[in-house]
Design a protein around this ligand. Structure first.
Ligand SMILES: CC(C)(COP(=O)(O)OP(=O)(O)OC[C@H]1O[C@@H](n2cnc3c(N)ncnc32)[C@H](O)[C@@H]1OP(=O)(O)O)[C@@H](O)C(=O)NCCC(=O)NCCS
Length: 214
C-alpha cells in the first residue's frame, strides 16, 4: 500500500470533506447518521484561525476494505491523483479562549484546583489537535503517526493539546500513538458538557522532535 500525506485545502473542502468524515465516523464506529451533522461542524472549523489539515491518500486500497467504502473514500480533485482514496485525516487550529473546547479545559483545570496562572500557562499558546483518524482497514501501518507528525510540523504554537476518550489501561492505538509521541497528562477523567464519557486531555511541547522538555 503506497500512501502519501498531503495538505488539505480549506478552499476545496467539497472535494475531501465527505471521504474525510466517512473515515472519521468509520474509525470511531459512530452511527452513520452522525456524518451529516459532523460535516457541518468540520466546515465551521475551516474558518478558525490557524486551521490546517492533512490526509493520507493512496491509489491502492488496503486488503479487506469493503467496496462501498472505497467509493465513499474517493477524492476527486485537481490536487489528487486518479483514483486516490482517503485513508486518514487529521486537522486542528490555534486554541483560543472563546472556543468551547478551551472553556471546557479551563473549567476542568479550575475544578481540580489549578490557579489562574497555571491555567494560563497551559492554555495560552497551543495548537488543538481536533481530529485524527485512520480508516480501520488501514490502521497499524504508521499512517496515524505520519499524519500527526506532518500536521504539527512548523506550527508557531508552543504546544499541542488534544482530548481522547479514556480507555481501560490506555489500551488502544490512539493512546499508544500519543504516548509514543511523548504526550503527557494535562487533565484526566474529564466529562464534557453533554457527553457522559470520561476524556483525557493530553499535551506536549512543540516542535515534535526529541523527548518532551516541559
Ligand atoms: C488512533 C489512530 C489514528 C492511529 O493510527 P494508526 O495508523 O492505526 O496508528 P499508528 O500510526 O500509531 O501506527 C502504528 C502501528 O503501525 C505499525 N507500523 C508499521 N509501519 C510503521 C511505520 N513506518 N511507522 C510507524 N508505525 C508503523 C506499528 O508497528 C504499529 O502497529 P501496532 O498498532 O499494531 O502496534 C487510528 O488507530 C484510529 O483512527 N483509531 C480510531 C479513531 C481514534 O481513536 N482516533 C483518535 C481519537 S482522539
Amino acid at each position: 500500500m503506497s500512501v502519501r500525506v498531503v495538505p488539505l485545502p480549506a478552499t476545496d473542502a467539497r472535494a475531501w470533506i465527505d471521504p474525510a468524515v466517512h473515515t472519521y465516523v468509520t474509525a470511531m464506529d459512530y452511527p452513520r447518521g452522525t456524518e451529516h451533522s459532523r460535516i457541518g461542524l468540520w466546515r465551521d472549523h475551516l474558518r478558525r484561525p490557524g486551521w490546517t489539515a492533512v490526509a493520507a491518500l493512496s491509489t491502492t486500497s488496503p486488503s479487506g476494505m469493503p467496496r462501498p467504502s472505497m467509493s465513499r473514500l474517493r477524492v476527486k480533485a485537481s490536487w489528487a491523483r486518479d483514483g486516490e482514496i482517503l485513508l486518514g485525516v487529521a486537522y486542528g487550529y490555534t486554541g483560543r479562549s472563546d472556543q468551547w473546547w478551551n472553556r471546557q479545559l479551563r473549567a476542568g483545570l479550575a475544578g481540580r484546583g489549578y490557579s489562574a496562572q497555571q491555567i494560563r500557562s497551559i492554555t495560552d499558546d497551543y495548537f488543538e489537535l481536533t481530529e485524527l483518524h485512520v480508516h480501520p482497514s488501514a490502521q497499524g501501518h504508521g499512517l496515524g503517526e505520519a499524519l500527526l507528525t506532518t500536521l504539527v510540523q512548523d506550527r508557531p504554537e508552543a504546544r499541542v493539546l488534544l482530548s481522547t476518550p479514556e480507555v481501560q489501561g490506555e489500551e488502544n492505538r490512539a493512546w499508544a500513538l500519543y504516548r509514543r509521541m511523548g504526550f503527557t497528562d494535562v487533565l484526566r477523567g474529564h466529562t464534557f458538557t453533554g457527553d457522559p464519557r470520561p476524556f483525557a486531555f493530553l499535551g506536549r511541547p512543540l516542535p515534535l522532535i526529541g523527548p518532551p522538555q516541559n
